[in-house]
Design a protein around this ligand. Sequence first.
Ligand code: KIV
Length: 283
Amino acid sequence: MAGKKLTVIDLQKMKYEGNRIVWVTAYDFITAQLAEQAGMDMILVGDSLGMCIYGYDGTIPVTMDQCIYHCEAVRRAAPNTFLVGDMPFGSYQVSTEEAIRNAIRFHKEANVDAVKLEGGRRVADVVRGIAGGGMLVMGHLGLTPQSSNALGGFKAQGRTADAAMDVIEDAKIIHEAGVFSILIEAVPPEVTRIIRDELPIPIYSIGAGIHADGQLMIVSDLVGHFQAFTPRFVKRYGNVAGEITRSFEAYIKDVKDGKFPGEEHSYGMVEGELPGLLDRLKK
Ligand code: KIV
């Protein structure tokens, strides 16, 4: 059940108490309401909405406006859940000033608690700028979907000693720049454990193993809604796509067979009115 909204201090405390944080993405009102009712610690309005909602191939086309609309809906549904808005591609790459302006938009228009952005040392100045503006900013390292072209595709990261050192160094640099937590995606669990132990801030995982301070999943994967592909790190907890398909097929059959709508789904005329209507039509 939903309780009081967590603060950054609670999240920090949970790391030190070994109390794992559980969070999920959400993009719409109903799903966010269910997430809050179920007791999720945090919600991310991820730019994964590009694939899960808009049918794009990746996250690159997602705009600030789209992220803001979806954040607004999620915030209305989940007023008591720590809400993270994902900064889309193009919203923080051009200049630190523009990044700060966009982070402010997330706060003013969608009432988020924090924003998240992808990248290591190359975004350190941006992190400094946003954090310097008094906003909470979360880092995102490892497989960063917005730079999947530069990474050579949607591939696990940090699997060699050199590559792992890069991720660890990036984590230290953005920590120093001011992130309040870091999400690590598709990196070996051993690397996540090193970062979790080295840094005093919460380290979250999506596909980065059990040793993180918390776990994130994309809702459409978790509930079995998204069909296009399933990354190795996904565990499906439901079959929403199967249930929707079953409902659609049953509806089609009922209409074709003349079984829907039944009398119970129709509005009757006021008693005694029908004969009068038929008389009038005869004249
Ligand atoms: O957009 C998103 O949902 C994300 C996850 C892939 C971590 O950033």
